[in-house]
Design a binder for this molecule. Structure first.
Ligand code: ADP
Length: 342
């Protein structure tokens, strides 16, 4: 659906050049809700602007819907652009136009018949839950309502792709929640592929199925949301995950329970999926090998509507403990595990 192939973007300003995107390669599949997360300056906006053609890549290819944008002229690009809707952090509504006209604007600009405009705009206002606000002006709406108008406007031309630029960053948590639900509904109802950029991991956790973590212009981690949440590889990804989920005991706690003189134990951190949480596997394991096991840490969270659990276990090194028994037991149960080395 959207493919970035070894994309580089360098901005030149006077004597300074900024390498905003560095060899970025990944693919967004049809119907994905794909999240790109990174700190400010990581290159997220630049990436998004390549898709809707506000910027051109310095090298590499950006392919949207099988169209290679870098080889297209302006007329061809305009055609591709018709399949792309966009929403913004600050909504970008026309304050002088009422809700109906704001949503209708793309259809008015492409000179659609009045009847078609009336039908389509009414349908979209109903979809976003603003039928009763059609004659109001943006100033009279809350932030969440403004973003609903913007979503209706973005969808009124039946785009295949929706780009979301920090779409919930200006909203309070409850409103963010309702807008994210609406975006998920857009994806499911109309089959729209969503590419969103954010600096909030909670957004990724709530609606995305895949995620790219960006740092300093490069994609440093890429995968399903569950993979990145269960086993973040980079410090940046770990930091983002830890903003929403308590995945491990704090350093102070670890120091406290590691302070014994003799370190006769092995610690494992585990990641359990919903169906594994309901199994009494700790007692089964302890009984099977007659082991002493201690739960050091546990926390549960929800990723894409699925409950998951982060668990740390400590096994005492007595005569019965053999790492191979424990590890093959985890493997047999399909449990993701990692030995902890402090
Ligand atoms: P993010 O969206 O993750 O905050 P951006 O894509 O906006 O990051 O910016 C990435 C880098 O590119 C930053 O160092 C930024 O200053 C630089 N940059 C972005 N746009 C321009 C531009 N038009 N001219 C010069 N530098 C730019």
């Amino acid at each position: 659906m959207i493919e970035f192939k070894e994309v580089n973007k360098v901005f030149h300003k006077k004597n300074e050049s900024t390498h905003a995107l560095k060899d970025v390669s990944f693919t967004i599949e049809e119907r994905d809700i794909f999240g790109v997360i990174g700190y400010s300056g990581a290159g997220k906006s630049t990436l998004l602007r390549l898709v809707n053609q506000l910027e051109r890549a310095t090298s590499g290819q950006v392919i949207v819907n099988t169209h290679d944008l870098d080889t297209y002229n302006k007329k061809e690009l305009r055609k591709v652009k018709k399949d792309i809707g966009m929403i913004f952090q600050h909504f970008n509504l026309l304050n002088s136009a009422n809700v109906f006209k704001n949503v209708a604007m793309p259809l008015i600009l492409s000179k659609k018949p009045k009847k078609e405009i009336e039908e389509k705009v009414s349908e979209m206002l109903k979809f976003v839950g603003l039928e009763d606000k059609r004659n109001q002006y943006p100033d009279e709406l809350s932030g969440g309502q403004k973003q609903r108008v913007a979503i209706a406007r973005a969808l009124v031309t039946n785009p295949k792709i929706l780009l979301c630029d920090e779409a919930t960053s200006a909203l309070d948590p409850a409103t963010t929640d309702s807008i994210l639900k609406l975006l998920k509904n857009v994806n499911q109802t109309f089959g729209v592929t969503i590419l969103l950029i954010t600096h909030e991991m909670s957004v990724i956790q709530q609606i995305c199925n895949r995620v790219a973590v960006m740092e300093d212009g490069a994609v440093v981690e890429l995968g399903t949301v569950k993979d990145v949440f269960s086993q973040p590889q980079t410090e940046t990804a770990k930091d983002f995950v830890s903003t929403v989920i308590n995945t491990e005991p704090s350093k102070a706690l670890r120091e406290a329970f590691n302070s014994r003189e003799t370190q006769n134990y092995t610690d494992y951190k585990l990641f359990l999926e919903a169906h594994q949480i309901t199994q009494p596997f700790i007692t089964q394991l302890a009984e099977a090998y007659d082991l002493d096991v201690n739960i050091l840490f546990s926390s549960m969270s929800t990723i894409q509507e699925e409950t998951v659990c982060y668990l740390w276990l400590r096994f005492e090194h007595d005569a019965k403990f053999r790492p191979s028994d424990v590890e093959s037991y985890f493997a047999e149960k399909g449990i993701q595990y990692e030995e902890v080395h402090d």
